[in-house]
Ligand binder design. Structure first.
Ligand code: NZQ
Ligand code: ZN
Length: 391
């Protein structure tokens, strides 16, 4: 295990009805005027918006609001949010929604405190040294942004999707009521589940040895997702299944499963080009890319695919031909993704084979290799894209 520091101070308020505590939590974490940030309308349809407003009013907390965050959040609305927050002297950003709303909120929170262009953080040109506090009411289990240090934004000018990270971006509180996720359709539910699983895989496929504690945590999250995801797709209001998935989404990405080990992240970076270019749902893009990454990489470095198969997918170990075990695990994962309605090819997500060179150029614009478990060059990434574009 490698040395690490881990600072994850988010306060979690988990369970039924917890959104009613939002006013008190804003106050507890120092907010006196709130920017309420949300997406395209699901919170109004569900009645959550009204409950949040009531809770803020009850606590006497003034707010201004900015809705309209789109999945794969864009830079344009972030600029708008920064301007509004400054004009209104806001000192707290409240995100009500999923990863896109939370990431847009984090970008605003950091951008307000920065004199330059907030995209500098996402282009690796500046570090985040200060940010307004962000509070969250989560409505979809997926990105894990409710506990993570990250924010991913699409620069509308260049159609480039990039992440920024800082401990200052961890939400000060996250309200997680599994009931709020009952209204998710099966596609969003499954895409979220896929994202959660790949957040774990990016950490599990590591060259760092002797990380038994994080290996076991990763396996527990993956097994939980394998068990619970079909249950919520079958019965969207299964509270306990939704609750397990919601907490799994947080555990998968606040890095408690990743400390002390080298992490991979190739699948995410390869996918981000798809969601930037075609506005694909991130988890659906991962469902296409991650199995292809696995099939490509297993031939080069099969080691970690053995426990992935035996511990997560309960494949019996074939000591005479361990590669068979490794491949069987990947096969089970693919079958699982298919069973929950996820795509597996470019054509299903509207991606085009002729754009592959463009996407590869973008991935390698500033680096020679992608990923760590196996370092991939331009030709490798091109092959991975082609594996799913050719079908
Ligand atoms: O906009 P509304 O109307 O709210 O609809 C949303 C959106 O259309 C809908 N939705 C959310 N909660 C709902 C609901 N519909 C009905 N009932 C509910 N309770 O779901 C759609 C997707 O929402 P979004 O926020 O985009 O989903 P997700 O949480 O998957 O976030 C995806 C974004 O997070 C980024 C992704 O790249 C993508 O941009 N990521 C962020 C990470 C981070 N900050 O740590 C890590 C991840 O790897 C990921 O890259
Ligand atoms: Zn993700």
């Amino acid at each position: 295990m490698e040395n690490f520091s881990f600072y994850a101070p988010t306060y979690f308020d988990f369970g039924k009805g917890t959104e009613k505590n939002v006013g008190k939590l804003v106050r507890r974490f120092g907010g006196t005027k709130v920017l309420l940030h949300y997406g395209g309308g699901s919170i109004k349809k569900s009645g959550l918006y009204d409950r949040v407003i009531d809770a803020l009013k009850e606590e006497g907390i003034p707010f201004v609001e900015l809705g309209g965050v789109k999945p794969n959040p864009r830079s344009g609305l972030v600029y708008e949010g920064i301007e509004l927050a400054r004009k209104e002297n806001v000192d707290f950003v409240l995100a009500v929604g999923g990863g896109s709303v939370i990431d847009s909120s984090k970008a605003i929170a950091a951008g307000v405190e920065y004199e330059g262009d907030f995209l500098d953080f996402y282009k690796g040109r500046a570090e985040i040294n200060s940010a307004l506090p962000v509070g969250v009411i989560l409505t979809i289990a997926a990105a894990g942004s409710e506990g993570s240090t990250n924010s991913v934004i699409t620069d509308e000018k260049t159609q480039t999707k990039k992440g920024a990270g800082s401990d200052l971006l961890r939400p000060v509180f996250s309200i997680m009521n599994p009931e709020l996720t009952f209204t998710l359709d099966p596609y969003q539910t499954a895409a979220g589940a896929t994202d959660i699983m790949i957040h774990v895989c990016e950490r599990y496929f590591s060259n760092t040895v002797e990380c038994g504690i994080t290996d076991r945590l990763c396996e527990a999250v993956l097994k939980t997702m394998v068990y619970e995801t079909p249950r919520v797709i079958q019965k969207p209001d299964n509270y306990d299944a939704r609750a397990n998935i919601m907490w799994a989404g947080m555990v998968a990405h606040n890095n408690i499963c990743g400390v002390g080990r080298e992490q991979d992240w190739a699948s995410h970076h390869i996918e981000h080009e798809l969601s930037a270019l075609y506005d694909v749902t991130h988890g659906a893009g991962l469902a296409v890319i991650a199995p292809a990454w696995m099939k490509y990489v297993v031939a080069i470095r099969p080691e970690r695919f053995i426990p992935f198969a035996t511990e997560v997918w309960e494949v019996p170990f074939d000591s005479i031909n361990p590669m068979e075990t490794a491949l069987a695990g990947i096969g089970k994962f693919e079958a699982f993704l298919k069973s929950i309605g996820m795509p597996s090819t470019f054509s299903e997500i509207g991606a085009k084979k002729e754009d592959i060179p463009y996407m590869v150029d973008k991935i390698f614009s500033k680096k020679e290799f992608e990923g760590h478990y196996v370092e991939l060059g331009r030709e490798d990434v091109t092959s991975i894209y082609n594996m799913v574009a050719d079908i």
